[in-house]
Design a protein around this ligand. Structure first.
Ligand code: HCA
Ligand code: CU
Length: 380
């Protein structure tokens, strides 16, 4: 997997999430947070969507952020004309190419679509802006149609072409094949956009990069149309495992949690318990066997270092799957002096109690302290 850029679409795709309504102030906060995190691009809702959307584009384009600001428009001259006046760095242009979209959405044939694509791309380039041309519902489009139109826009100097799994039907092998084929046909960059209807959003993004894609669309917590797209956090986890140094040099990973909390609050949802990296149990180790190994060497059961993300590891001991090595570690943390035999005995007590209900850490600590006291007083 080579170098890649993130096109962060919380302020475009994310606005299509059922709960989303971002006022200007919130959009600016999110844009600034994403910029500090280090994403290369921030994509905004089309200025043709509404007057406020247009004003918000202008406001964010004028913040002077390091990230390039894009807006996302239909492949139409009317939209492109409005968008190039907002001060953004570039336009992500999209048009439906599947038979579904051609029949039930815009009703245009490929010759017409290609002509329109060329006109729009040339117009945007003439304004000195970056331009991406993407098909929509790419995996249910005719391959020959797709390659022809991509070839046509590549020839006139488009910066990127895009593949979008609009309905979330693609699997990693199909993604690899399509991107690989496209890589052999165009010389421009390749952007990919994956919906998560069957849970392949992150895996598909990875497969796309393996096949030569250069740009991946994400959103914070994966929010978007239906159940959303490739999540920023999970994608970072995936890429960190592939190349830790590269990912850590590009992104301030410890800011992830704050960005997720900001967005979760803005759209009134909780961060899921099993969220990548920041889910409440993402670094909790429970079974005695795991706990023992983690305490000896965290890498035994951790591929992500919690400290790289500003997170902390937690070894859970107040349950019936606990083991004496983990309990011994807690005894040492509390500064209590017990030998291994004592620790085994108190572990048996924990298990007996935890067979009825789990104990919280305070209850475990109290038990350990009492055991220690009793021993000191010779009651044991
Ligand atoms: C949609 C459009 C889109 C566009 C993706 C892109 C999709 O809302 O249907 O321009 O990269 O999923 O096709 O989000
Ligand atoms: Cu989408």
């Amino acid at each position: 997997v080579g170098n890649f850029s993130i096109i962060e679409s919380t302020l475009r795709e994310g606005e299509q999430f059922a709960n989303a309504f971002f006022d200007t102030e919130t959009k600016i906060k999110i844009a600034k947070a994403l910029d500090e995190f280090g994403v290369e691009y921030i994509e905004l809702t089309s200025p043709a969507a509404s007057e406020q959307s247009r004003l918000d584009c202008i406001a964010i384009a004028n913040l002077g952020l390091k990230a390039k600001i894009l807006t996302h428009v239909r492949c139409h001259m009317d939209d492109a004309r409005i968008a190039v006046e907002t001060g953004v760095d570039g336009l992500d242009v999209v048009i439906g190419t599947s038979s579904f979209l051609r029949e039930f959405s815009h009703g245009k044939d490929m010759t017409y679509i290609t002509k329109q694509a060329i006109e729009v791309v040339e117009f945007i380039k003439s304004k000195g802006l970056e331009v991406r041309f993407s098909s929509e519902d790419s995996f249910r489009s005719d391959l020959v149609d797709l390659l022809n139109i991509y070839r046509a826009v590549d020839k006139i100097g488009v910066n990127r072409v895009g593949i979008a799994d609009t309905v979330g039907c693609a699997n990693p092998r199909q993604v690899y094949e399509l991107v690989r084929t496209l890589r052999g046909v165009v010389s421009c960059d390749i952007e990919c956009h994956f919906h998560n209807d069957t849970g392949c959003g992150i895996a598909n993004a990875y497969a796309a990069l393996e096949a030569g894609a250069t740009h991946i669309d994400t959103s914070v917590l994966g929010i978007g149309e239906r159940n959303g797209i490739t999540a920023l956090g999970g994608f970072c986890a995936r890429m960190y495992v592939a190349d830790r140094d590269y990912v850590m040099s590009k992104y301030k990973l410890h800011k992830l949690r704050d960005i997720e909390n900001l967005v979760a609050e803005a759209v009134q949802i909780q961060v899921p318990f099993n969220n990548y990296i920041t889910g409440y149990c993402a670094f909790t180790h429970k079974a005695g066997i795991h706990a023992k190994a983690i305490l000896n060497n965290p890498s035994t059961y951790e591929i992500l270092k919690p400290e790289d993300f500003g997170m902390t590891r937690y070894v859970s001991i107040g349950h019936r799957l606990t083991g004496w090595n983990a309990v011994k570690n807690r005894v040492q943390q509390l500064g209590l002096k017990l030998n291994d035999e004592d620790v085994k005995a108190v572990t048996a007590q924990i298990k007996e109690l935890a067979d009825v209900r789990p104990l919280n850490i305070d209850e475990v600590d109290t038990l350990l302290r009492r055991f220690h006291e009793d021993k000191k007083n010779g009651l044991d």
